[in-house]
Design a protein around this ligand. Structure first.
Ligand SMILES: NC(=O)c1ccc[n+]([C@@H]2O[C@H](COP(=O)([O-])OP(=O)(O)OC[C@H]3O[C@@H](n4cnc5c(N)ncnc54)[C@H](OP(=O)(O)O)[C@@H]3O)[C@@H](O)[C@H]2O)c1
Length: 321
């Protein structure tokens, strides 16, 4: 099968399309999938850079070891292990787990769900990691409820476009922060207010927010606190912020009423089920910026690496029809 292999750390030019042996079922709860599409996200870019340095313990130390990037997938089941009862060959599935930029993948059944009936496989691949990060951030960490004022910093990106929609589902008044060129998009997915960060710094404004979901980490902690309500919650959800910033935010929560908490989005089956339900109800939709052929993975990474994707970037497999 064809797969993308990361050959070095640093730049997007380090991805190669190679022919490697296809995986097979190993455990009784495994599912084998013919991949149609795989999406990439900010986490893959950190793996590509090898920064933060702990990513190298996953990708390979000191150089990448046959590392296949990608955490998102949609495709068709071709075989299942003896203990799998909820999926069968021919089912369209999507899910999130490592090494998805390949024509064939194998994973545990609990990592998968049926593709929402109103999505194509390419659209479905754009959902799992970013939408579950948004769902867990808004629902579980932010505890967003009806009437709350929620600000999404980085509202036009992979996670942000889902976060805006999900915050609306939970009844929030949503402010999205993005550049002016993305204002129409962010309003179209439900934001009540949009702040163009090239013209206005939201941390200087008069508005106060119950929850700030921060995908960008471009302000000091004190500036975020200034625009939180007295019992508001700041969620540093950007890999760019660095561990010291996240720890400092969380430490401050011990001493003040305003809270900060981060999280690692590893969706449970109930999270994928919740996303499927929202999508099928027409309350949530993937925003796909660009699709690339698998062989163009380096171009896809170069684009994502610029930090200005409008929604998701998806790779399409060679034999996908
Ligand atoms: N907790 C988790 O498990 C988890 C899971 C997934 C991702 N994440 C984190 O989520 C963050 C966002 O990921 P992503 O995939 O959404 O990234 P992305 O798709 O690359 O998003 C980039 C977005 O950020 C916006 N942006 C850039 N500079 C900005 C600024 N100064 N102010 C406001 N917006 C700005 C861009 O909008 P413009 O083009 O308009 O500038 C662009 O739409 C990452 O740092 C990642 O580490 C966390």
């Amino acid at each position: 099968m064809k797969a993308i292999i990361q050959t070095a750390y640093g730049s997007p030019g380090t991805f190669e399309l190679r022919e490697i042996p296809a995986p097979s079922l190993k455990r009784p709860d495994d599912v084998l999938i013919n991949v149609h599409a795989a999406a990439i996200h900010a986490g893959d870019v950190f793996m590509m850079r090898g920064v933060p340095v702990f990513t190298r313990f996953v990708v390979g130390f000191p150089t990448p070891r046959n590392y296949i990037p990608g955490f998102d997938v949609a495709g068709v089941v071709t075989a299942v292990g003896d203990r799998v009862t909820q999926l069968k060959p021919g089912d369209r599935v999507y899910g999130t787990f490592p090494h998805t930029c390949a024509e064939v993948v194998v994973t545990r059944a609990t990592k998968l769900a049926h593709v929402p009936s109103n999505l194509s496989l390419s659209e479905a691949a754009a959902v799992p990691v970013s939408a579950s990060a948004a769902l867990i951030g808004i629902r579980d960490v932010g505890k967003v409820r009806s009437g709350m004022k929620v600000l999404i910093n980085g509202a036009s990106g992979g996670v942000g476009t889902y976060a805006v929609q999900i915050a609306k589902v939970y009844g929030a008044e949503v402010t999205g922060v993005c550049s002016g060129k993305n204002e129409v998009l962010v309003r179209s997915i439900g934001a009540d207010h949009v702040i163009d960060y090239t013209r206005q710094d939201f941390t200087d404004g008069e508005a106060r927010y119950d929850v700030i979901l921060d995908q960008v980490a471009n302000h000091p902690l004190a500036a975020y606190r200034r625009v939180l309500t007295p019992s508001g919650r700041y969620i540093p959800n950007s890999g760019h912020s660095g561990m010291p910033f996240i720890l400092k935010s969380m430490l401050a929560s011990i001493f003040i009423r305003q809270q900060a908490s981060t999280y690692f989005a590893e969706p449970k089956p109930r999270d994928l089920a919740a996303l499927t339900q929202l999508i099928e109800a027409g309350k949530l939709k993937p925003i796909i910026d660009r699709t690339y052929a698998l062989a163009e993975a380096s171009d896809a990474f170069a684009y994502l690496n610029e930090g200005h994707a409008r929604g998701k970037v998806v790779l399409i497999m060679p034999d996908a029809s």
